[in-house]
Design a protein around this ligand. Structure first.
Ligand SMILES: [Zn+2]
Ligand SMILES: [Zn+2]
Length: 142
C-alpha cells in the first residue's frame, strides 16, 4: 500500500531520528484516526516485539516534537493522536472535539468546531483548548 506521506521526512522535519518504532507508531495512529492509549498502541505493536517502555518513550518523544498530540479525556490516561496541521488562522480559531462514550469509554474525533473570538480567554482565541462531548456511542446504544 502506498503511503500518502513520508513518515521519515515528517519525523526528521520535527528534529528526531527516523526509527522503526517511530514510523510504526505514526502509521498506526494515522490508520486509526482517533486518540489511542499507550496500552492500545503497545498491544497493536506487540508483534514487532518492542516492549511497552520503548513504545511509551517514542509516544512521548513524538508528542514533544509536535507530531502527536496528547490529551487526557478526564480519566487520567494519556491518549495520543496525530497532530493535525494548524488550520487555525488567528481570526478563525477552531478545535476538533472528542466524543467520549459514557458507557464503554471509547473516544473518537469529531469534525472541527469554530471557536468564538470575542469575550473569551486568549487560549480559546488561539485554539489551545480541549473540547469533549460525552454521550453513548453507537455500539453501546444498539
Ligand atoms: Zn460505548
Ligand atoms: Zn482527535
Amino acid at each position: 500500500m502506498a503511503e500518502p506521506v513520508s513518515w521519515d521526512q515528517r519525523i526528521r522535519g520535527a528534529g528526531l531520528r527516523a526509527t522503526a518504532p517511530r514510523r510504526a507508531v505514526l502509521r498506526l495512529l494515522s490508520a486509526w484516526a482517533r486518540p489511542a492509549t499507550h496500552a492500545e498502541v503497545s498491544e497493536a505493536l506487540a508483534a514487532d516485539s518492542w516492549d511497552r517502555a520503548t513504545v511509551y518513550r517514542n509516544l512521548c518523544d513524538l508528542a514533544e516534537a509536535g507530531l502527536l498530540s496528547r490529551s487526557d479525556m478526564g480519566d487520567h490516561v494519556w491518549r495520543f493522536e496525530l497532530s493535525r496541521p494548524e488550520a487555525s488562522p488567528a481570526d478563525h480559531p477552531s478545535a476538533h472535539p472528542h466524543f467520549v462514550c459514557n458507557t464503554c469509554g471509547a473516544v473518537s474525533c469529531l469534525p472541527d468546531l469554530p471557536l468564538p473570538i470575542e469575550h473569551v480567554p486568549a487560549a480559546v482565541r488561539a485554539g489551545r483548548v480541549e473540547v469533549r462531548v460525552h454521550g453513548i456511542c453507537d455500539g453501546c446504544a444498539a
